[in-house]
Design a protein around this ligand. Structure first.
Ligand SMILES: [Zn+2]
Ligand SMILES: [Zn+2]
Ligand SMILES: [Zn+2]
Length: 334
């Protein structure tokens, strides 16, 4: 009965938190000719060239039979995704159009990629068994072949749940970045990707939508640090959680890793000849990142207010940074 009485479109009915601009944009895209125009403009786009695509070339490219109808669809896209340059005599994608096509290219890649249990030359830091790289559902998983890893039973993993046995590390990664990398390169590149995503969130900027970010420390009061804790389901007692206010993008990260973002820690390592610069093409990056992070010591300084200190020690010297409940660094001591 409800659907007879409803005057809402399916898009309007589905929308709850997004604004009218979002539903309008989705509606605008519900036509194959318009999608073809966006794709053709992207194909013709040269990042550093200063030219636009003339109407006739675009019309030929899309191979549409009705010029009037084609203009109609092109006009629909103008303003939102496409812009017309009168002085350059043609059309080009606006940033929104570019981002739309780019996200599809990054997300779907050329093939439906997956990596299953590809061995890499890195032993499990917990039990020293061989480890593997897996790629499922947009996430790179670094996995131990023997032990239970660090987070074996987390319900929120959804479709990834079946792949979480023995997981040691995981990172969101676009399929397009998987295609031309070996498993070891994938391990390094994905560790760098997750580190940078966390960096952006820690600095208050959502890497997905540029929105504002809220941070907090998650802390298990009844933690059993002997392996994976029954109460919280994690090996870590404490981690930082950042979430975007706009698009709900989030990242959960060890505070020991967050310490690597503070200039005092970077300088401290630099003074001891240790680089905190991690590069996607450097296979040592992932290992060094992991070793530095796990070498940091964490201490619960107080519960109320919540203060957690992360101590970094090299050659008997130390620097320590203190986090508050919003996962911000509020104190540094050298
Ligand atoms: Zn293991
Ligand atoms: Zn716990
Ligand atoms: Zn966001």
């Amino acid at each position: 009965m409800d659907d007879i009485a409803s005057t809402e479109s399916p898009l309007e009915a589905a929308a709850r938190t997004v604004g009218i601009d979002t539903t309008d944009a989705l509606e605008l895209l519900a036509d194959e000719t318009r999608l073809a125009i966006l794709l053709a403009l992207w194909e013709e786009h040269e990042p550093h060239a200063d030219d636009a695509v003339p109407f006739s070339r675009l019309f030929d490219r899309v191979d549409y039979d009705n010029r009037g109808n084609f203009s109609y669809h092109l006009e629909k896209l103008e303003g939102q995704f496409v812009t017309q340059h009168t002085e350059r005599g043609g059309y080009e994608l606006r940033t929104s159009g570019l981002k739309l096509v780019r996200s599809l290219i990054a997300g779907t890649g050329l093939d439906d990629v997956s990596v299953n249990g590809a061995g890499i030359d890195e032993l499990c830091p917990i039990c020293e068994a061989p480890t593997t790289i897996n790629y499922q559902d947009g996430v790179v998983l670094w996995t131990c072949t023997e032990c239970e890893g660090v987070a074996p039973d987390v319900s929120e993993w959804g479709t990834l749940k079946d792949h979480m046995d023995g997981v040691l590390g995981f990172a969101q990664f676009e399929p397009a970045g998987v295609a031309d990398r070996t498993p070891a390169e994938l391990r390094a590149a994905s560790a760098v990707a997750e580190h940078q995503r966390a960096r952006s969130m820690f600095d208050g900027l959502c890497p997905t939508c540029s929105g504002r970010v809220d941070g907090r420390l998650e802390y298990c009061r009844d933690h059993d640090s002997n392996g994976v804790c029954d109460t919280c389901g994690w090996m870590l007692r404490l981690f930082a959680q950042f979430q975007c206010r706009t698009c709900e993008e989030y990242v959960d990260i060890d505070t020991k890793q967050l310490a690597l973002f503070h200039p005092a820690v970077v300088a401290f390592y630099e003074n001891h000849g240790i680089s905190t610069r991690f590069h996607a093409d450097d296979p040592e990056s992932a290992r060094r990142l992991f070793d530095l992070m796990t070498g940091h010591e964490e201490e619960l300084v107080s519960e109320d207010p919540l203060r957690v200190a992360v101590r970094v020690t090299v050659d008997g010297e130390e620097v320590s940074v203190t986090f508050d409940d919003t996962a911000s660094i509020v104190d540094v001591s050298r």
